[in-house]
Design a protein around this ligand. Structure first.
Ligand code: C2E
Ligand code: CA
Ligand code: CA
Ligand code: CA
Length: 279
């Protein structure tokens, strides 16, 4: 038994070491990614649950590494955060998203709004509102067309500070969505004071709507809560008609997920928007 335990321990540490080595490799490679043009954005449309019209889109960053291939943000965003590279990366995402939105506008295919994810590190920077204003100005975008997605966990980590930042952002006209809602620990009194426009119901609850009565109850409760606070709800990760039907019956406003459209490169998104333009 002792031997087996030692073996497990060794296996565990070598796995940890491999993990750390990959993180170090990614950290140094990521330095070149932004300047080297290895980052690009994919866009995933969001839809009105009742009419299925496109109501907006979310920008999702991708990294095409020359030898490692396409890397997931779930892997490299944490690396970017721990190395401070997230500031540069986040600024690039904002600029690229604003420019793309501008192109869509010029071509007459723009959806009502485009959402961008903010990391915890970006959200804590006092110069964030100024940074965003500058990017919007340079691209010639009205602030109402941009939505910033902030996770519930980040918002509730220091809610007093988050409230202050959200007020500044809202005052400049941009919209705010609370992302991954239901996975953090929201203080309802803060939620009420946050100037958020939308709550995004985390995909972990949407996934099992069909089988799990608890998840159905949670989704229902989030929708009611948002309604009573005057916020819209967006369900993430909608993959089946059954899930969509439940969300519609419960009064969820918008949906995003593989059932309706997958995240896609800018060119495909432009074609998608042109084909789905409200006439
Ligand atoms: P998120 O903000 O919760 O984004 C939703 C994730 O769910 C995306 O993964 C999206 O591709 C995926 N998804 C969409 N529809 C479905 C579906 O029907 N089923 C399933 N199973 N998944 C679906 P992605 O693009 O890999 O991004 C992962 C996370 O990385 C994001 O989660 C977000 O937290 C982060 N991220 C992505 N782009 C950025 C960025 O530009 N900045 C920052 N700070 N974080 C980003
Ligand atoms: Ca998001
Ligand atoms: Ca999310
Ligand atoms: Ca998530």
């Amino acid at each position: 038994v002792k031997h087996e335990n030692r073996g497990d321990f060794r296996f565990y540490t070598s796995e940890m070491q491999a993990h750390t080595e990959r993180a170090l490799l990614l950290a140094s490679a990521l330095r070149h990614a932004v300047a080297g043009g290895q980052l690009h954005l994919h866009y995933q449309p969001q839809f009105d649950v009742s009419t299925r019209q496109v109501t907006g889109a979310e920008a999702l960053v991708r990294w095409s590494h020359p030898s490692l291939g396409v890397l997931s943000p779930a892997e490299f965003i944490p690396v970017a955060e721990s190395t401070g590279l997230i500031n540069e990366l986040g600024a690039w995402v904002l600029r690229e998203a604003a420019r793309e939105l501008r192109r869509w506008q010029d071509e007459g295919v723009a959806p009502p709004m485009l959402a961008v994810n903010l990391s915890a590190v970006q959200f804590r920077r006092p110069d964030l509102p100024e940074c965003i204003r500058r990017e919007l100005d340079e691209a010639g975008i009205q602030p109402e067309r941009l939505e910033l997605e902030l996770t519930e966990a980040v918002a509730m980590d220091d809610p007093e500070k988050a409230l202050h930042m959200m007020r500044q952002l809202a005052a400049s006209g941009v919209r705010i969505a609370i992302d991954d809602f239901g996975t953090g620990y929201s203080s309802l009194s803060y939620l009420k004071r946050f100037t958020a426009h939308r709550l995004k119901i985390d995909q972990s609850f949407v996934r099992d709507i069909g089988e799990d009565e608890d998840d159905r109850a949670i989704v229902r409760a989030i929708i009611r809560l948002a309604q009573s606070l005057g916020m819209h709800t967006v369900a993430e990760g909608v993959e089946t008609e059954e899930q969509l039907a439940f969300l519609k019956a419960e009064g969820c406003d918008e949906a995003q997920g593989y059932l309706l459209a997958r995240p896609m490169p800018a060119d495909d998104m432009r074609a998608f928007l042109a084909a789905n333009r409200a006439l």
